[in-house]
Design a protein around this ligand. Sequence first.
Ligand code: FES
Length: 65
Amino acid sequence: MTNHHRSVISLQVNGVPHRLSVDNRRTLLDALREDIGHTGPKKGCDHGQCGACTVLWTAGGWCPA
Ligand code: FES
C-alpha cells in the first residue's frame, strides 16, 4: 500500500501520548486496541447500538470508536 493511504495521527490515551501511522480506513477502536493495546473498548454490535466501543473525549462527551 502506498503512503497516500496512510496518515500519521496523535492520540493521548489516559494521559499517555501516542503517535501512529495508520491506514486511512483504520477505526479508532482498532487503533486503540491493536496499535496501542488499550483493550477497554470492545467491538460488540459493530453498528453503534450497544455502546461497547464507547470512549470519552478529553474535551467532553463520548464517541462510538
Ligand atoms: S460495537 Fe456496539 S456501539 Fe460500537
